[in-house]
Design a protein around this ligand. Structure first.
Ligand code: COA
Length: 361
């Protein structure tokens, strides 16, 4: 038995390849460098969906805009109980109101769901009215507009596109595996996506970037980095934004996002200093992790620079996992359709190590 299924190949996929030794991510024949910062999210959704859905339009911008408008109706269902939840749990609850199905219309509503519900929920929680989608806008620009209630500054939609593209798919990570298991039962795409959201919210998976901001704020200045990190490791804590199951070198997504943060730095007063500080913390963490675990290569992962980029786009840290879901939903849906097209029911075996049955006297 392999602990955590580490060496188990559990699916064949044409969608993405994570090369942990080379530090390379390929998405349907394109390296991450060829996509991030060069394509819009809508184009990458089409790339992932190609061959898995019928009647796929050349450009998904308008269809995705209509889907955002459609799911916005669900925001009326928000009540006090739902607003008392965290933004990811509230977004998941609203997503659960969408009908199950296996077609493109269901899939586009599911991509629209975290993009529309997350801004609406955080606005309502802050006492502000939700902002309705504008179907004429690109997906990234409309997300920022729905969150902040005004047109985003120059460069921000492109930075969010770079993020959504960077996280759109990543092999058989925990949430994608969960989505494929549910899809294999033929429960429908909404059920598969709800499984994905549930797995994503854990701090070992998509829940890490919020705590990265807490760590940076607690460290405060570069000279505090070493004592703070050493104390955390001595308490047996893990450093959020470092380490990965597959990558034994630097996560290529970290540098794709660092590039996007740098491009934004030209337009933000706060960011240049913040970026330099984060780089100092990153360098200290890498050195200390090497000293503490000389036999286990631990490098920076996607979540460290996710935190910095989403902070620069003024997403509150409590929304970071919901923003991750905005990007990853496309991957979950393509994997669910791939599973339905060729896969059998996923039903592995377990090894019984409990007590032997009592023999009746
Ligand atoms: N900080 C400190 N130590 C870490 C660590 C981190 N971020 N990540 C792994 N380790 C240590 C573990 O404590 C373990 O040490 P041990 O053998 O002495 O117990 C060793 O490295 C191996 O860890 P393991 O849990 O087997 O690795 P994994 O493949 O299951 O873990 C992660 C992968 C991502 C869950 C893990 O690296 C982690 O928890 N990272 C922090 C959360 C995070 O950033 N998640 C986002 C991932 S994209």
């Amino acid at each position: 038995m392999s602990d955590g299924l580490e060496d188990v190949v559990a699916a064949r996929t044409v969608l993405s390849d994570v090369d942990g030794k080379a530090g390379r991510l390929v998405i349907r024949g394109w390296t991450l460098d060829q996509l991030a910062g060069r394509t819009r999210y809508e184009e990458v959704v089409r790339l992932l969906f190609d061959g898995f859905f019928e009647n796929l339009p050349e450009d998904l911008t308008a269809a995705l805009g209509r889907a955002r408008v459609e799911v916005f109706n669900e925001v009326q269902a928000v009540d006090d109980g739902l607003l008392a939840l965290g933004p990811v749990e509230a977004m998941r609850a609203l997503t659960a109101r969408l009908a199950d199905g296996d077609d493109l219309a269901t899939a586009l509503r599911l991509i629209a769901a975290p993009a529309v519900f997350t801004p609406a929920i955080v606005r309502l929680q802050a006492g502000d009215a939700p902002v309705a989608p504008d179907p004429a806008l690109g997906h990234a620009a409309d997300i920022l507009r729905m969150l902040h209630g005004k047109a985003p500054p120059a460069g921000h939609p492109e930075a969010l596109d770079a993020y959504l593209v960077t996280v759109c798919d990543h092999g058989l990570n925990a949430s994608t595996f969960a989505a494929r298991v549910v899809a294999s039962t033929r429960a429908g795409l909404t059920s598969a996506v709800l499984a994905g959201i549930s797995a994503l919210k854990g701090p070992l998976h998509g829940g890490a970037p919020g705590p990265v901001i807490e760590m940076l704020d607690a460290i405060g200045k570069p000279e505090n980095a070493r004592p703070w990190i050493e104390a955390a490791l001595d308490r047996g804590e893990r450093l959020m934004g470092f380490g990965h199951r597959v990558y034994r070198v630097r996560d290529p997504r970290a540098d794709a996002l660092k590039g996007a943060v740098r491009r934004l730095a030209e337009e933000s007063g706060r960011l240049p200093g913040r970026l330099a500080f984060a780089e100092a913390v990153e360098a200290a963490a890498l050195a200390i992790l090497k000293e503490h675990r000389p036999n286990r290569p631990l490098d920076v992962n996607v979540e460290f620079f996710t935190a910095l980029l989403l902070e620069a786009l003024a997403f509150p840290p409590a929304t970071f996992t919901g923003v991750f879901a905005m990007g990853r939903t496309a991957g979950w849906l393509a994997h669910a359709r791939e599973q339905l097209a060729g896969g059998r029911l996923i039903r592995p075996q377990s090894e019984y190590v409990g007590p032997t049955p009592r023999i009746a006297a």
